[in-house]
Design a binder for this molecule. Sequence first.
Ligand SMILES: [Fe+2]
Length: 284
Amino acid sequence: MAIDVQSGPGGFAGEVRGADLERAGDFSAIHRAFLDHGVIVMRDCSLTPEAQIAFSRRFGPLMGRRPSTPDKVLMPGLPEIVILSNRKVNGETVGITDAGRYWHSDLCFEEKPNMATILHAVEVPPEGGDTLFADLQQAYETLPDTLKSRIDGKRAAHTFRKHYLEVMAAGSPRPPLTQEQFEALALNYHPIARTHPETGRKTLFVNPGHTTEIEGMDEAESQDVLDALFEHCLQPEFIYRHQWKAGDTVIWDNRRVMHNAEPYDMDRYTRHMHRSCIHGDKPY
Ligand SMILES: [Fe+2]
């Protein structure tokens, strides 16, 4: 069966058909689709955690264990796989229950943010729990000139501190960090418009979850520009909504996409996913 890609409007997000994640010879077509479409979906994958790791490694080195990730959410014996799940075993949830419920790009606040994320659905709810993706490449290309000139050559700060303060203010049950731990959370500056290292295309690299301020602007102007950028990026024509089915494997390019996980009824349904992440480069 020939490999075929069906993509959404504007070429954003594609469904790759006829490819096998475990067949080495199929990787270059999958990788091409990933670069062309920013998000790719493959249906009906029977992907073991071992096979997911082997496939993920074809993209590049995998992200290892992070100090902020508790051991209990890592796949036993395979710490490259993080479990996102509300499934309970012996009364304890086996994964992260509420990951990524806001617009963000994975680990954008690190000096070298994640290149790609690979998420495989084992069990999904019949309703809710969709993931939304926004195409920041199309968003950059359609940016009004007035806004483009305001961000030209500028960098923005990215940090996990902002999201942490927001979830704590909203009453999160997570244990609070000490002042020292809070200050140790990463903060890095990246170009607002970055160049994709593999396609050479320019793309916005800001998101409401982690981008806090624009370097060299006063607070009011910085907020004004960021609000205008976010409003532009979140127009419906730049968004792909993925409604999960069990067996889906979705791969997205964090260098040109931001995403947002919607909630679902955790008392009624189970959602169980395996995530692997690929290291990236310093944005330029
Ligand atoms: Fe995420």
